[in-house]
Design a protein around this ligand. Structure first.
Ligand SMILES: Cc1cc2nc3c(=O)[nH]c(=O)nc-3n(C[C@H](O)[C@H](O)[C@H](O)COP(=O)(O)O)c2cc1C
Ligand code: SF4
Length: 420
């Protein structure tokens, strides 16, 4: 999986190592944690891990939560299958991520920071460890950060397990060697996190943006992309495009433009939809690609979300019901089993999806799907359950004719579908 070259004019903040390494850390030390968090709030930096929370707010809450110890954690688990954007980022800009994490740690008052990373990301682990070791040798990190007298130890912790480890409360448990199941939030990790202490958890792409913001200023960052969710994001484009790979894209870029930069359709056949957001993402039909901006709000308006940053182009050879049912089954299999509505509800959703694939579904199944999806989303303990219905719901919304191929007999109340 390669980094695609971006068109002229697209800022490349995340994938480019800081030009003056550690100067942002020095500036953050001088400014103090409250001022650094305020700069990030003014810049409008939102988390790149899917939730889109304001990073500066998170750091402010962590710093102001009463405790004898605080932590900063980088989420480098990258849990969605076949997504590599964070791995590529770590291999290309480990320095920016470590500097961002060091700034996070000092800003929230932590003396220890951890990087929870997939154990199989061996090149990325080596790159991170090399940056940390060299910074400790040079007195940049360690017992006295840049001679300030403040201690900071950063540890890289390889992890293995289910996709749920990417969820922050599970990540924190995995780092502590505990069984990985999500916790009800609130309280958020910023008040009760690693080992029960206030913890700032950030995705690695979020952290990579921090040195750039401190070096260039909040106003410069706000000028990139959509001003309400500014900056750049990593998008992994795959499927039926000519050039699959990772792109660093200004927020708000129309989906059609992203597909065009990835070379358009591979075989010259029309792209009928994008699956945006990974395994629990939403299908967006071709006719909406030009008008849908790649941003949290833009995607939410059409039923999708940024999620893992994966964008899968689908041509006419792909059956939307089959793909939606397969993804729902995968999400049901990955559910940790802690809460019954998710454990049972996601499985029932997958079964309904399969009935459509097998041509056994009737009109009532469409209604059942909507009602169950609403129940599943409402009862969710964590976002895994809340997002699991997205492929089936958006598939049904935009590609109903594929779910009911025998020209919508549902209006007459008859059972629709292929006979087996
Ligand atoms: C099922 C599930 C999987 C997730 N996987 C990841 C992941 O692989 N990497 C990540 O950074 N965030 C992931 N998240 C989001 C994290 O819980 C959390 O919001 C994020 O790490 C916070 O960092 P940010 O504010 O910088 O985005 C996942 C969330 C859920 C519900
Ligand atoms: S909602 Fe699903 S994945 Fe989340 S904690 Fe409950 S069972 Fe686990």
């Amino acid at each position: 999986m390669k980094l695609l070259s971006a068109p002229k004019g697209w800022s490349q903040i995340l994938m480019t190592p800081p030009t003056t390494p550690w100067s942002a850390l020095r500036a953050a030390l001088a400014a103090g944690g409250a001022s650094t968090a305020q700069t990030l709030i003014e810049a409008g930096l939102r988390g790149r891990g899917g939730g889109g929370f304001l990073t500066g707010e998170k750091w402010r809450t962590t710093a102001s939560s009463e405790a004898d110890r605080r932590y900063a954690v980088a989420n480098a688990y990258e849990s969605d299958p076949a997504v590599f954007a964070n791995r590529l980022l770590l291999e290309k800009n480990a320095l920016g991520v470590v500097e961002g994490l060091a700034i996070a740690a000092l800003s929230v008052g932590a003396r220890e920071a951890l990087i929870g990373i997939r154990a199989e990301y061996s090149d990325a682990i080596r790159a991170l460890e090399a940056v940390i070791a060299s910074a400790e040798r040079d007195g940049i990190l360690g017992a006295s950060v840049l001679g300030s007298g403040r201690e900071l130890l950063i540890r890289v912790v390889p992890l293995q397990g289910s996709s749920m480890i990417g969820e922050e409360t599970v990540l924190l448990k995995a780092l502590a060697g505990k069984r990985g199941q999500p916790e009800q939030t609130p309280p958020y990790p910023s008040t009760v996190g690693y080992l029960g202490k206030p913890t700032a958890v950030n995705n690695v792409a979020t952290l990579a943006a921090v040195p750039w913001i401190l070096a260039h200023g909040a106003a410069a960052f706000k000028q990139i992309g959509d001003p309400t969710e500014p900056g750049t994001v990593l998008v992994q484009v795959g499927g039926a495009v000519a050039n699959a790979g990772v792109l660093e894209v200004p927020t708000g870029t129309p989906l059609a433009e992203i597909v065009a930069v990835a070379g358009g359709s591979a075989k010259g056949t029309a792209i009928k939809a994008l699956l945006v957001g990974g395994s629990s993402g939403g299908f967006i039909p071709a006719q909406l690609l030009a008008s849908t901006p790649y941003s949290g709000a833009g995607l939410a308006a059409v039923g999708a979300h940024i999620g893992s940053g994966a964008l899968l182009a689908l041509d006419g050879s792909v059956s939307i019901p089959e793909l939606a049912a397969m993804l729902t089954r995968w999400c049901a299999d990955e559910a940790c089993g802690k809460t019954i509505p998710c454990r049972i509800g996601t499985r029932r959703l997958a079964e309904i999806g399969q009935r459509f694939v097998d041509g056994l579904a009737g009109p009532a199944d469409g209604e059942r799907l909507q009602a169950l999806a609403a129940d599943v989303a409402d009862s969710a303990l964590c976002a895994h359950e809340r997002l699991t219905p997205s492929p089936l719901l958006t598939g049904m919304r935009y590609f109903k004719q594929e779910f009911y191929p025998t020209s919508v007999a549902q209006s007459s109340g008859a059972v629709a579908g292929r006979s087996k």
